[in-house]
Design a protein around this ligand. Structure first.
Ligand SMILES: NC(=O)c1ccc[n+]([C@@H]2O[C@H](COP(=O)([O-])OP(=O)(O)OC[C@H]3O[C@@H](n4cnc5c(N)ncnc54)[C@H](O)[C@@H]3O)[C@@H](O)[C@H]2O)c1
Length: 227
């Protein structure tokens, strides 16, 4: 896997909160993910090839940027023919690790957790949400969006039994560190953290932070800077 989220001290933070540790620049990683989305759409529409110019237009970047980004994946394009869409999607997925299927646990089945459990888009991207965990007895033993909500006491045993490797953290901020520590000790290798704080570093565990308020601040910055 070429691109990895944060691990240890050599991590880099993207403005968006994506954090990676890799020879591929973070901005390129972010664009590669978007290229894959556009390429999949083009393939569904029956296209077999795409030029760097068209791919650039779809993301509002220049064709030179596209070529530079795709060069990180090895030799892919052919002058005059463009990129073959199928192999390019395959190479991006292999680089991102999304060619694999990942088992995911959700911790915190509150407002945000509920919305995530009802979201149908994870499966088609290779992410299988196997269980959610919560401390509230009124929520545990329920089934939300087809996902069982289990008491937090069953966290470690379920992660081991189901071979869960990723976790989504949607607990209140004060609970985040302790839960993350338990996830790391159980063998989870990646945490998507929604709690508005920086988690402690755990060896071998990658963290990506999602913070919509920060995204909104970037949006306001973009709006005020163009005036
Ligand atoms: N990053 C973002 O853009 C974004 C957006 C919304 C919410 N959040 C954050 O996500 C988290 C959840 O938000 P919410 O609105 O769903 O809150 P919520 O209060 O509705 O849900 C939190 C859930 O976590 C459970 N919980 C509490 N302690 C726990 C523990 N130790 N282990 C397991 N479960 C536990 C609670 O019982 C509750 O069901 C908060 O930290 C919030 O700040 C982030």
């Amino acid at each position: 896997m070429a691109a990895e989220p944060t691990q240890g001290d050599s991590s880099q933070e993207l403005p968006s909160g994506i954090a990676i540790n890799s020879s591929i620049p973070p901005a390129t990683v972010a664009r590669l993910i978007l290229y894959a989305r556009e390429l999949s759409r083009l393939r569904r529409e029956g296209e077999s090839h795409v030029s760097s110019k068209l791919l650039g237009q779809l993301l509002s970047v220049s064709d030179a940027v596209v070529r530079r980004d795709v060069n990180h994946l090895g030799s892919m394009g052919q002058r005059g023919v463009g990129y073959e869409i199928g192999p390019l999607i395959g190479q991006i997925r292999q680089t991102m690790g999304t060619n694999l299927s990942w088992k995911v646990a959700l911790i915190g089945a509150g407002s945000l957790g509920n919305a995530l459990m009802r979201y149908r888009g994870f499966d088609e991207q290779g992410f299988q949400l196997v269980a959610a965990f919560d401390t509230d007895p009124a929520i545990c033993s329920r089934n939300i969006g087809g996902i069982p909500v289990l008491p937090l006491e069953q966290l470690e045993s379920t992660i081991v039994a189901e071979a869960v490797s990723l976790a989504i953290l949607a607990v209140p901020v004060d609970a985040a560190d302790a839960v993350a520590k338990r996830l790391a000790a159980s063998g989870v290798v990646g945490i998507l953290n929604f709690a508005p704080r920086t988690l402690p570093k755990f060896p071998g565990v990658c963290v990506v932070n999602v913070d919509l308020a920060s995204e909104l601040q970037q949006l306001t910055f973009a709006v005020v800077s163009q005036k």
